[in-house]
Design a protein around this ligand. Sequence first.
Ligand code: ZN
Length: 163
Amino acid sequence: MKYNVVKYPDERLKLPSSSIDIINDELKELIVDMFEVMYATDGIGLSAVQIGIHKRLFVMDVPGKGKMAVINPKISEVSKETSTYEEGCLSLPGISADITRPKKVKLEYTDVEGKPAVLKASGLLATCIQHEYDHLDGKLFVDRLKADEKLKKLMEYRKFNNL
Ligand code: ZN
C-alpha cells in the first residue's frame, strides 16, 4: 500500500484540513488509494487526514449504503434526536467507546464528478459522516467523551499499543 494510517498521538491528526479547489486525476487517484487503505484495515470510513493528507475529503462504505467519496462536506442540518453507537477509529486501534450524536444529518458535499450533492442520512451512516467530518477539524471520537472517560480510554489505548 502507498499509504499507512496515521495513528494517535500523531500531531497531524489534530490539524484542520483545507478545502479542495480542483477535482483532477490526482485527487481521483487519492480517492482510490483511500478506499484501498480503508478496505485493507476493515474500516467503514476514512478521512484523508488519516493518511496524512490535510484535504477536506473522506470515503465511506457503511454496510448496506454502498461506497461513497465525499469532498468538501458541510453538515447543514442535524436532528435534535440523538443515537448512540459504539465507535472505533483506524487511528485509535484497540479501543472503542459509546458516542452520542445527532441521529439524522443533512450532508452537502461535492461528488467525485465535481457535482454538488445532498445526502440525508440517519443511523450508522449519520454517525459515520459525523465521525469522519470531525477528523477534518482535527477532532477524534475520544474528544467527545467527558474528560475522565477520555483519559481512561487513552490509558487503555496506550496499554493496548504498548506506548
Ligand atoms: Zn476515525
